[in-house]
Design a protein around this ligand. Structure first.
Ligand code: GLN
Length: 307
């Protein structure tokens, strides 16, 4: 019954060919724009899906809430909050926007904050490659299987990383980042180049929905207070400058990525993931957003509604 519902929902959005694949990362621009899939992972470990749920694509910004979770658990709240705020920026994901005076990024969902949280994953003093390893291990634990990296997407993005490098140099000038800032950007882009499927993303989201315990493996990946923090920030900042529209119309803590993935996590209930590569002007998947609007209204998933 759920797979039928999902297949029907995919059918309803399939004709929408508006939006563009991410042009600023050449490897992503060549993605098959017709791919379309949706998966639900329940907190008891049941997974339902329809369409392209086993097609691999890069996680991109959907890595941000998970790496934020790892940084919070590895370093503690005080150390992370001293360097990255929790206020919505209302700006695009790649805006060079830092808190005036301190240079602290406004939140961990925009690139400035995510580059900083990347540097805070793992214990202090890790080498760049060890940090990437910690993050690959951590995201794999969220997914319940070993994730691989797409080296060609990483190389392609690194060649055009001027904006992220500029952000990192600004962070360096304020002392928010220390050491080799280029290595931090390289690591952050590696983190964004981890390959996932919609099925993986639904399970990762369900791990957040399930208080930080992976519903398939039973592993506790991060502590419960960390999950509350991460979901709160996803709710207010996960969709960048479309966060307010999303909060009112969909009402599910969520995160998008420029390869076309989109996740939502509803505490105690479900992890949802969609995949469709064409993006709107905010960098959010067009068909993904309409699928979530449908799921939210068809199933009464808005967190402000009494179930
Ligand atoms: N790697 C991408 C970047 O830093 C991620 C952006 C995104 O998915 N919104 O530009």
């Amino acid at each position: 019954m759920i797979p039928d519902y999902l297949a029907e929902a995919l059918g309803e959005v399939a004709a929408d060919t508006t939006g563009e694949t991410a042009g600023y990362i050449p490897e992503l621009a060549t993605a098959d724009p017709e791919r379309l899939g949706a998966a639900f992972a329940m907190v008891d470990g049941e997974v339902y899906g329809a369409g392209d749920i086993d097609t691999a694509f890069t996680i991109q910004s959907i890595s941000k809430p998970f790496v934020y979770a790892l940084a919070l658990s590895d370093r503690g709240f005080d150390q992370v909050l001293a360097k990255v705020g929790v206020e919505p920026s209302g700006e695009a994901f790649n805006e060079i926007s830092l808190e005036s005076g301190t240079g602290r990024p406004l939140n961990p969902m925009i690139n400035a904050g995510a580059i900083t949280t990347h540097s805070l994953a793992g214990p202090e003093g890790l080498q760049p490659a060890e940090r990437v390893e910690r993050i690959t291990d951590g995201l794999s634990a969220f997914a319940g299987r070993r994730l691989q990296m797409d080296e060609s997407v990483h190389a392609s993005e690194m060649e055009h990383a001027h904006r992220n490098l500029a952000i990192a140099h600004m962070l360096g000038s304020y002392g928010v980042l220390t050491g080799d800032v280029r290595a931090v950007v390289d690591g952050y882009i590696r983190q964004c180049s981890l390959l996932v499927t919609a099925r993986d993303l639904a399970i990762m989201a369900a791990t957040l929905a399930n208080r930080g315990v992976n519903p398939l493996s039973g592993e506790r990946v991060v502590p419960e207070p960390v999950v509350r923090q991460v979901l709160s920030v996803m709710f207010s900042c996960g969709m960048y400058d479309a966060a307010g529209d999303w909060a009112t119309q969909v009402g599910i803590p969520a995160k998008s990525g420029v390869a076309g993935g989109l996740i939502g996590a509803l505490p105690g209930q479900i992890g949802i993931a969609t995949f469709s590569p064409r993006l709107d002007s905010h960098g959010n998947s067009v068909r993904g957003v309409s699928l979530f609007e449908r799921f939210s209204s068809d199933m009464g998933l808005h967190v402000m509604e009494v179930p």
